[in-house]
Design a protein around this ligand. Structure first.
Ligand code: SF4
Length: 358
């Protein structure tokens, strides 16, 4: 596994070429990383064209091309060649803080290059591929938040899978964990279709949005603490942009639970002491520091009627309260061993839907 992205050298040269994306990235970010050179963008002796890039984004027609260039025709790609690129922790902080809309935030997330180890890994996987996906183009970029722009339910995962989200460009899409998760979301009325196969497949989340604590696929599914912290401003800004409508947050696994708590504190919620412990079905009701109360409830059982349904957004962060629910991650290990079952997932998401008033 390389420590540095193979595309590092061309990035600086591309910035010097004066393209729109290069100029925007270098000004906004004080960094030079812009990702691989898009085919047909003026690189000396480049044998490819933009048309070949767009054609290559269609599954089943290409192999071994590495990450998808921004704005080259991949379904639901939020970025363009003009999207500024973060290439350092400072760049992530600056670009997250100045993304004026959720769409711009997703675009900036999707081209980030701030973690050298993860950039190298995601692009290596995209170039080498798994044998069963050898005929497909891999996304090979960070996987941005996806779903409703004004969600009542927010689902937080760990990070994209190397051959799942890193291949399809959509979170929890194209792997077995996603198959289990979307099956449950569909049964519980939070997804339009029972499966999420690929970007552009017609799948939609209903009143729900999904994000990952770390946006790039990590080796062995284990991001470092430094990588988690580097990615945290993207998470913080996404929470800030949806908090007015969100009333329930479901954390898939301990990592997501631990990652979201400090970001909720940054967003103005009061964290109880001791901090609420993660568990399947564990709950913590957090209130904004400026609001009344601030107490939390711990370990209410899924299916408990609690305080009853609320209208979407009526108890959301913007008006002072959010319900955090823990859920075991639907990883293959957890589902194969029976640590988490379809019924257990359904209980959590039915609870989330009911509490969000959906
Ligand atoms: S993990 Fe986050 S901060 Fe690091 S490169 Fe990916 S998107 Fe950027």
């Amino acid at each position: 596994m390389p420590d540095e992205p193979a595309a590092g050298q061309p990035l600086r040269s591309r910035a010097g070429a004066g393209g729109a994306g290069a100029a925007a990235g270098s000004q906004a970010d004080t960094t030079g990383g812009l990702g691989p050179v898009p085919p047909g963008s003026g690189w000396p002796d480049d044998p490819a064209t933009g048309a070949s890039a767009a054609a290559g984004s269609q599954a089943g027609t290409t192999g071994g091309l590495g990450p998808v260039p921004p704005g080259s025709g991949w379904p639901d790609d939020p970025a363009t060649q003009a999207t500024p690129v973060a290439a350092s922790p400072a760049g992530v902080r600056a670009l997250a803080a100045t993304a004026g809309t959720l769409a711009e935030l997703a675009a900036r997330q999707s081209v980030c290059r701030a973690c050298p180890r993860l950039v190298g890994w995601r692009e290596q996987v995209a170039a080498e591929k798994r044998r069963s996906f050898a005929a497909e183009r891999y996304w090979g970029r960070p996987v941005p938040g996806w779903g409703d722009d004004r969600p009542a339910v927010l689902i937080v995962g760990l990070a994209p899978a190397a051959h799942g989200g890193n291949r399809t460009g959509r979170i929890f899409t194209g792997d077995r964990s996603g198959d289990v998760l979307f099956g449950s979301l569909w049964r519980c009325g939070l997804a339009a279709q029972p499966a999420s196969i690929a970007a552009g497949d017609g799948q939609r989340l209903l009143g729900t949005r999904m994000i990952a604590a770390v946006r790039c696929a990590p080796p062995a599914n284990k991001p470092s603490v430094a990588e988690r912290d580097t990615c945290a401003p993207w998470l913080a800004e996404e929470i800030a942009q949806v908090r007015a409508s969100v009333s329930v947050i479901v954390c898939l696994g301990h990592f997501a639970w631990q990652a979201i708590l400090p970001q909720l504190a940054r967003a103005g919620f009061r964290l109880p002491r001791p901090r609420p412990a993660f568990g399947h079905g564990a709950e913590a009701r957090l209130r904004a520091a400026s609001g009344a109360g601030g107490e939390h409830q711990q370990a209410a059982a899924p299916g408990d009627q609690g305080t009853g349904p609320r209208a979407p957004g009526a108890s959301g962060g913007g008006s002072g309260e959010v319900l955090l629910i823990g859920c075991y991650h639907p990883s293959q290990q957890n589902t194969f061993t029976g640590r988490v079952t379809e019924d257990m997932l359904d209980a959590v998401f039915q609870r989330a839907r009911q509490q969000a008033g959906l």
